[in-house]
Design a protein around this ligand. Structure first.
Ligand SMILES: Nc1nc2c(c(=O)[nH]1)N[C@H]1C(S)=C(S)[C@@H](COP(=O)(O)O)O[C@H]1N2
Ligand SMILES: [Mo]
Length: 203
């Protein structure tokens, strides 16, 4: 949907679409405890209801929607990720169903991409940034979170990348890949990333 708008239409319409999506996501994240108490959600929601975001994110290869609690929601291409932010290189090993894998990745720090988009942390809450999670969503609906403090140089200092190359091969068509250099298993090396959302997980 967004990708079609992005291809056909003015930047204004794209911004409007991104804003609408960001608003919808924000609204969906607002607590509604009263309603939940009166009508508990079904134990096993239908798969079609599980991930409304999945239907709304860009489907254009290599484009990532950045949204959530940031001042500047935007769509980034792999080329943007490779040129607008400082680039890092890391060689990592993770366990997978196919056995251990070692790869070399290049790309920007997820932390730097988020910082550039200006997280809207609350100034009136002590260490508000410690209450946030980063949801990384893939084209196949695969998803993982990293916590914001985990990737903050002042706390976990984990150098998670939004990798734009893997073993020297561009991910421009496949889409970027999240890296999780301190993880043992490969589960958080999310491939084909299409959206990254900064969400406030605090109570
Ligand atoms: N988009 C997406 N990324 C994913 C997965 C997936 O199913 N979809 N599987 C994860 C798991 S469980 C592992 S172990 C690694 C496997 O890496 P590989 O796909 O390069 O073999 O990818 C991770 N990233
Ligand atoms: Mo895995």
């Amino acid at each position: 949907m967004l990708s079609q708008i992005a291809r056909r239409s003015s930047p204004l319409r794209l911004v409007a679409a991104v804003f609408a999506l960001a608003t919808a996501v924000t609204l969906s994240l607002l607590p509604s405890w009263g309603a939940q108490a009166a009508t508990p959600p079904p134990a096993a929601p239908a798969a079609s209801d599980a991930a409304p975001l999945a239907k709304a994110v860009p489907s254009a290869p290599g484009r990532v929607l950045l949204l959530g609690r940031i001042a500047h929601p935007l769509v980034l291409s792999v080329n943007d990720l490779a040129t607008r932010y400082p680039q890092h290189t890391q060689t990592v090993t993770f366990q997978s169903g196919a056995g251990p894998q070692t790869h070399t990745y290049t790309g920007p720090l997820l932390y730097d991409v988020l910082q550039a988009a200006k997280p809207s942390f609350r100034a009136d809450v002590k260490n508000d940034s410690l209450r946030y999670a980063v949801v990384v969503h893939a084209s196949d609906n695969y998803e993982s979170v990293v916590s914001f403090p985990e990737i903050d140089p002042g706390f976990g200092n984990t150098a998670s990348l939004l990798a734009v190359t893997e073993d020297g091969t561009s991910l421009a068509t496949a889409g970027p890949r999240l890296t999780a250099p301190k993880d043992t298993k490969g589960g958080r090396y999310v491939s084909n990333v299409v959206a990254v959302a900064l969400v406030r997980a605090g109570l």
